[in-house]
Write a protein that binds this ligand. Structure first.
Ligand code: 13P
Length: 276
């Protein structure tokens, strides 16, 4: 099965593939081990910031390749560049061997968004291309611009992008108050275009938010903040309780159980368990 078909199958069968964003090799290992344990396909999301932090796209690609071999990971793994602000960045990731890229031209005009997305789709037929329409907010409901249905229909028709991330009320980071998700917008999108949709800002939503979104066409769900919180919380606790410990192997390993717990709970809710 090609990598896009993994997400398309989830869309057709009514579950979602998790995208867990990674920050280092151990973090990626814990995610892969738990996905293998749960028999869930997984998308590993990497931001430009994290790729730079680790040394570059080639480092990331080889690191994941190495983990897959050494851990004997059999579940499908999709390596994805998250929120690239330029086409050049997408091309660098693709050249390094990434399977999937998100070109985030949401702050540009729709015409510019269509133009760059279309060229990436046409020039990279074997790569999954994701685009964003409207503006997904951040830090507690700031800056959400709900997508316009007509814009989504247009970008699909004119670019044939495999994945579209609509802004329907989710935000990156921590929610302030109750999220207001526009399921009706998702319903209308699903009625008009036959394309798996991506939910950004998955951290902090409840089970019903996820399930209703999946029923309405969300087939990929991005999680970053929740993992970072789990990681720092367990690290702080370990350091407080083990003030004389200086071995990074033990210190970093102390985060594995919390990371795996988040991964396992979300896989259960998204319905991707045993779908590998
Ligand atoms: P959260 O950090 O809110 O989980 O969002 C992740 C995301 O959408 C990455 O693109």
């Amino acid at each position: 099965m090609n990598k896009y078909d993994i997400i398309h199958k989830a869309y057709k069968e009514g579950y979602a593939i998790p995208q867990f964003n990674i920050v280092n090799v151990e973090y990626a290992r814990y995610i892969l081990e738990e996905c293998e344990n749960q028999k869930s396909p997984v998308i590993l999301g990497v931001s430009e910031k994290v790729a730079k932090h680790l040394g570059g796209f080639n480092v990331v690609k080889k690191m994941i390749e190495g983990l897959i071999i050494d851990l004997n990971v059999m579940v499908p793994v999709i390596l994805h560049l998250d929120h690239a602000k330029t086409k050049e960045l997408c091309e660098q990731a693709i050249n390094a061997g990434f399977d999937s890229v998100m070109i985030d031209y949401s702050s540009h005009t729709l015409e510019e968004n269509i133009s760059v997305t279309k060229s990436l789709v046409q020039e990279n037929p074997n790569i999954i291309i994701e685009c964003e329409v409207g503006s997904i907010g951040k830090n507690g409901n700031e800056g959400i611009i709900y997508s316009n249905l007509e814009d989504i229909i247009r970008i699909k028709k004119e670019t044939n992008a495999q994945l579209i991330a609509p802004a329907f009320g989710t935000v990156h980071g921590v929610y302030k108050g109750t999220p207001v998700l526009n399921y009706e917008l998702l319903k209308q999108i699903k009625k008009n275009i036959d394309t798996p949709l991506v939910m950004h800002g998955g951290s902090g939503l409840n089970e019903e938010n996820f399930k209703e979104s999946i029923r309405n066409g969300i087939a990929k769900i991005n999680i970053n903040t929740e993992l970072k919180h789990a990681w720092t919380k367990s690290l702080r606790k370990y350091l407080e309780q083990n003030q004389n410990e200086t071995d990074p192997v033990f210190i970093i390993e102390s985060t594995s159980q919390e990371i795996k717990k988040v991964v396992s709970e979300l896989i259960n809710i998204f319905g991707s368990r045993n779908k590998a």
